[in-house]
Every structure is written in structure tokens, then in C-alpha cells.
Design a protein around this ligand. Structure first.
Ligand SMILES: NC(=O)c1ccc[n+]([C@@H]2O[C@H](COP(=O)([O-])OP(=O)(O)OC[C@H]3O[C@@H](n4cnc5c(N)ncnc54)[C@H](O)[C@@H]3O)[C@@H](O)[C@H]2O)c1
Length: 314
């Protein structure tokens, strides 16, 4: 049994709690949030597990093997560093940190601690992105001509994200929050991105995050990468990660839909067929048992952070 402690019980913390609860090989052993009412409510809903408002007490709890850190980005560094000092396994929310220096220190400390250090990049464990990666590796689009990420939000923060940080320049913004998932997918499926040039649209209020980005970069072989995003616009949220190739187009849209077509044909919805991705929690359990597992570690989180910081340069 893998004993999990959770720090941060907000929107995403609650989402993963559901998955941990369903898994026969893990147990939620303790929870922590600095909001006492939320911490107590969550602990009660879990049948009265030990509850803390001070994360250091959870880190020190001897019953906990792996700590899931689901607090806003600027708190990842201090908390994860303490988890690593305690030599406990850690699952950290994305982005790894709130600056490159922090991310570097965390990746280094994780390596030295010799523990499992995984990031929660959920696209890797979903059918759409898994099928996308598989079709690209099977050469569906032919030779890649351009990679294009579109992120359009009628409203940022979205209605379900009305917290005090995701709309702020310090640690929020859609480039960081949403862009990171597709930067990670790019690193995984297509390799590194170099030569980034970026132009942000920033509101007058210096506290508020970007409302637009247009950035270009290139893959190792020079294939252009175009990243563009806008918020506070008409229409619906639209996110598309599109590979244009010599033979066709493949697009992962709105997180879980795939559309594609060969040159000369229209684009059609592509079904996932038998695609059966691994599941994050199974993979954590495997890793804790010393088996090979599909996890995305802090080194990858660090590289993604380097790219994100370039995209967010003002
Ligand atoms: N992987 C994903 O798909 C995904 C999706 C959304 C958010 N996230 C990431 O998850 C993290 C949390 O996002 P969220 O939307 O759940 O935020 P949120 O604001 O809804 O929740 C964060 C919680 O952390 C608590 N907290 C803050 N500092 C703390 C501390 N020092 N000790 C204990 N508790 C503390 C807050 O009280 C709050 O309840 C962020 O890093 C975000 O980028 C990831």
C-alpha cells in the first residue's frame, strides 16, 4: 500500500483525491491545507484522516510515503524542498516552480534525494494525447512542416478558477497554466524547442497576467513552432495543438478531441480505438515498488520551465 499525504486541497487537489480514493493500492493517509475549514471538511469526507494546516507537520508524519503537492506555483519550491529533505517521494503539480532558479534547485535536490519525483501532467495518461503521440510516431502527417499551439479563452481566469493567483502576473496566466501542458507534450513527442522569440500582450495593471502571446521557436531540425494565445475575446474556449506535415494534419483539440486528415481531404474526428493509456496512480505505485513506470520527472519539469520563462519574457 502506498501512503499518500496531500498538501493543497483546492480545485486540482480535490480532483486527484477522487482518483486516489478509487485506487486499491493507495491510501490517503493525511491531508493539509492552510485553510482550516477546507482541510477539516476534506479530512471528514475521507473518513477522518489526520489533518494539518501546517505542511511541515504533514511532511514529518512518519506514516506518509509520498506527498502530492497541489498548492499554487509559488509555494511548490519551499514545500517540495522540505519533502525532499525528508527523503519522501513527491508528486508535484505543474509548473514545477515559479522561477527557473527554483526549478533548477528542485530538480537537483530530487536527484540527490534518490526518491520518486514526478509531475502531474495528466495529458500523458489520457486517450487523446496518447493517440496523438502514437499517430505522429507512425508518421500520419508525414514530414512535419509546422507545429502550432492555439490557446483562446473568452475569459481568463475561467469561471471555475476564481482564486487569487491564476489571473495574476506573479504566478498565473494561461501561458504558464495551460501552455506548460503542451510544452511538455512537444518535448515528449517532437523534442526540444530552441530560438524562442515572444511577444506578450499585457494589461495596464502590472499585477495582472498576460492577455495575449505570439511566440515562435523551432525544433532541433529547424521546423517552426508557433504559439499563440488570447484571452478576453468572443467565442468559446479553444485549445489546439496541431501538427502540419507534408502528408496531412493532426490536431489535439480542447484537451481530448483528435481531428486529422490527409492532404486533399477534409479534417475528420479520429476515434481512439483501442488506445489504452497508462494511469498516473498505477505508475506511481509501480515506481514505488521499484518497477519501471511512465512518469514525467523534475528534469522534464525543469526543461519545460526554461521554455516557459522564455515565452513569458516581457
Ligand atoms: N495538472 C493539472 O491539470 C492542473 C490543473 C489545474 C491546476 N494545476 C496546478 O495545481 C496547483 C494548484 O492549483 P488549484 O487550481 O488547485 O489552486 P487552488 O487555489 O484552487 O488551491 C490551492 C490550495 O492550496 C492551499 N495552499 C496554498 N498555500 C498553502 C500552503 N503553504 N500550505 C498548505 N496549503 C496551501 C490553498 O489554501 C488552496 O486551498 C497549481 O500549481 C496549478 O498550476 C494543475
Amino acid at each position: 500500500m502506498l501512503h499518500i499525504g496531500i498538501i493543497g486541497l483546492g480545485a486540482i487537489g480535490q480532483r486527484l483525491i477522487k482518483k486516489f480514493k478509487e485506487h486499491p493500492d493507495v491510501e490517503i493517509t493525511a491531508v493539509c491545507d492552510r485553510l482550516e475549514s477546507l482541510a477539516r471538511e476534506t479530512a471528514d469526507a475521507l473518513g477522518g484522516v489526520p489533518v494539518y494546516t501546517d505542511y511541515q507537520s504533514l511532511v514529518a508524519d512518519q506514516r506518509v510515503d509520498l506527498i502530492y503537492v497541489a498548492v499554487p506555483p509559488k509555494f511548490h519550491h519551499p514545500i517540495v524542498m522540505d519533502v525532499l529533505r525528508a527523503k519522501k517521494h513527491v508528486l508535484c503539480e505543474k509548473p514545477l516552480a515559479n522561477s527557473l532558479d527554483e526549478a533548477k534547485e528542485m530538480a537537483q535536490a530530487a536527484k540527490e534525494a534518490g526518491v520518486i519525483h514526478a509531475m502531474n501532467f495528466p495529458l500523458n495518461y489520457e486517450q487523446g494525447a496518447t493517440k496523438f503521440a502514437q499517430m505522429i510516431s507512425e508518421n500520419y502527417v508525414g514530414k512535419l512542416r509546422r507545429l502550432h499551439l492555439t490557446m483562446h479563452f473568452p475569459e481568463w481566469p475561467r469561471f471555475w478558477q476564481k482564486n487569487d493567483w491564476v489571473g495574476e502576473r506573479e504566478q498565473g496566466g494561461f501561458v504558464l497554466e495551460v501552455g506548460v501542458h503542451f510544452i511538455q507534450q512537444t518535448l515528449k513527442v517532437f523534442g526540444d524547442i530552441k530560438n524562442i522569440q515572444t511577444r506578450l500582450e499585457l494589461p495596464d495593471d502590472p499585477q495582472k497576467c498576460e492577455t495575449g502571446v505570439i511566440a515562435t521557436g523551432e525544433l532541433e531540425d529547424g521546423t517552426p513552432v508557433l504559439i499563440e494565445g488570447l484571452s478576453q475575446i468572443a467565442g468559446k474556449e479553444h485549445i489546439a495543438f496541431t501538427a502540419y506535415g507534408s502528408e496531412g494534419i493532426l490536431s489535439l483539440e480542447n484537451w481530448g478531441e483528435l481531428r486529422g486528415g490527409k492532404n486533399g481531404e477534409g479534417l475528420i474526428a479520429i476515434s481512439f480505438g483501442e488506445t489504452k493509456p497508462n494511469r498516473l496512480i498505477d505508475e506511481l505505485v509501480k515506481a514505488a515498488n521499484g518497477q519501471e513506470a511512465e512518469l514525467y520527472d523534475f528534469d522534464l519539469g525543469y526543461r519545460a520551465q526554461e521554455i516557459l520563462e522564455e515565452l513569458r519574457k516581457m
